[in-house]
Design a protein around this ligand. Structure first.
Ligand SMILES: Cc1cc2nc3c(=O)[nH]c(=O)nc-3n(C[C@H](O)[C@H](O)[C@H](O)COP(=O)(O)OP(=O)(O)OC[C@H]3O[C@@H](n4cnc5c(N)ncnc54)[C@H](O)[C@@H]3O)c2cc1C
Length: 411
């Protein structure tokens, strides 16, 4: 049977369940990547990472990946008809549009092999016995730890892959901007001290693996294996799976608050622009936004500080911030981005009371008292846009009213 492997967020040659399937079953295989204009990542800095990894993978597979632009389903339909494909193999994905595509593929009347290769625990494993998802992270994590069966990497002899080149549709070369030595160094030397150093953005004590992981440049099995000596690291990695499960079961959270609150958001484009341009007048927020704009990556704590400021000081809708982060981050991921933004807003599933507001001044004092981080990124000094104490109080009062109103409306 002729197979077609559609690459998704699984851009690696080793430890790849789809490739293993093709090799074990001695399939003649067409390898394909589709750049779909509907893909949200195309408008994000994250797409450069995706293209770089695709290019690297293509070289590893002897330049045998076909590259097409257009609607994924239409292109697959065409390949099935033109080249007599009898089987489509693809990694299972969880965004609502991916789920819809996976469902639609059934109408192609070919065998569809969905490979579970993006998570250690598929969403079905995150369910309680009553059929609902573990929403409290502690319970989710305990269940996750019990159920994951960290297998070793899946192995095969790549030279046995029988690829077919059916059309002149090559992958163009693209640079790969990932800092592999830094990631390797973390897993060799840094992971043991992740629990003590990972939380402090001045220490550079995190893995920087996110962009690689989100595009499947590393498998979840290997991530677990490399990180297993640190409970703190494995716990963070489980957060990723938590948010993906959450999006899978509650896809509406991509647009709507999980907790029903109709907050009267500010619609000030001017304030939003100042935040984007690192002109808030709060050094830590401005340094973080500058690093985000320039490098496409900031430490998780800085993401929290910047997000908290937008939501709770400027009273701007978390969805605006989510869209901006998604555009600028090189590790942009819808589930993780939305999950964290909703958490910061106090509208998500994880416990984070709306009245817990991060102070950019206290955070700077605690983590960057001598200003080493800030001076690295600050370009100019600005007048503070708002008085943090006053805007914080206003947010808390308005949120309380909005929450009570929503409860009344529901009753
Ligand atoms: C407002 C906001 C937006 C975010 N948007 C994204 C995003 O678009 N893409 C993204 O990958 N991460 C996002 N995160 C989560 C987190 O900040 C990044 O995953 C992490 O900073 C990436 O750096 P690292 O790989 O060095 O992390 P490490 O600290 O080394 O953690 C290892 C891995 O654990 C996972 N992880 C760590 N923290 C979280 C978390 N809070 N939620 C979910 N998974 C986590 C990630 O997969 C990460 O790569 C966001 C966090 C916030 C507060």
């Amino acid at each position: 049977m002729k197979s077609l492997l559609l690459f998704r967020k699984d851009l690696r040659a080793g430890d790849h369940k789809g490739l293993k399937h093709l090799i074990d079953n001695q399939r003649e295989s067409i390898l394909l990547y589709v750049e779909d204009p509907q893909d949200r990542l195309l408008k994000s800095r994250g797409y450069a990472i995706r293209r770089g990894l695709l290019s690297r993978l293509n070289r590893r597979l002897g330049q045998k990946i076909h590259f097409e632009r257009g609607d994924t389903y239409t292109i697959l339909d065409q390949y099935v008809k033109d080249f007599g494909v009898g089987e489509i193999v693809l990694q299972r994905q969880y965004e609502p549009w991916e789920v819809a595509l996976q469902e639609k593929l059934k109408s192609l009347n070919v065998r569809v092999v969905l490979v579970e290769d993006y998570l250690l625990l598929p969403p079905e494993g995150g369910m309680k016995s009553d059929g609902t998802l573990y929403l409290v992270f502690k319970a989710f994590y305990e269940n996750w730890l019990k159920k994951i069966t960290p297998e070793g990497p899946c192995t095969y002899d790549s030279s046995q892959l029988k690829t077919l080149w059916v059309k002149d549709a090559p992958v163009e070369e693209a640079p790969n901007p990932l800092d592999y030595p830094a990631i390797d160094d973390f897993f060799m030397n840094g992971v043991a001290s992740y629990a003590t150093r990972g939380d402090d953005f001045t220490l550079e004590g995190t893995s920087r693996v996110s962009a690689l992981l989100n595009n499947g440049g590393i498998s979840p099995r290997k991530l677990w294996y490399l990180g297993r000596i640190s409970d703190a690291f494995i716990r963070q990695a489980a957060f990723r799976e938590y948010y993906i499960h959450w999006m899978y079961y509650y896809p509406e959270v991509l647009q709507k608050n999980f907790k029903r609150v109709d907050y009267p958001w500010s619609s000030s484009r001017e304030d939003f622009l100042k935040w984007q341009r690192a002109e808030t007048g709060y050094d830590l927020v401005d340094a973080a936004m500058t690093q985000l704009n320039e490098e496409g990556w900031i430490h998780g704590r800085l993401r929290m500080v910047a997000a908290s400021f937008l939501i709770k000081d400027l009273h701007i809708d978390w969805r605006w911030g989510e869209a901006y982060f998604y555009e600028k981050l090189n590790d942009a991921d819808t589930a993780l981005n939305v999950g964290n933004w909703q958490w910061m807003a106090g509208t998500g599933a994880l416990h984070q009371p709306y009245f817990r507001v991060m102070s950019p001044l206290a955070q700077k004092e605690k983590y960057d008292p001598d200003g080493t981080y800030c001076s690295r990124f600050l370009k100019a000094v600005h007048e503070p846009m708002v008085d943090h104490k006053i805007s914080r109080q206003l947010f808390i009062e308005n949120f309380k009213i909005a929450q009570e109103q929503s409860k009344k409306n529901e009753a």
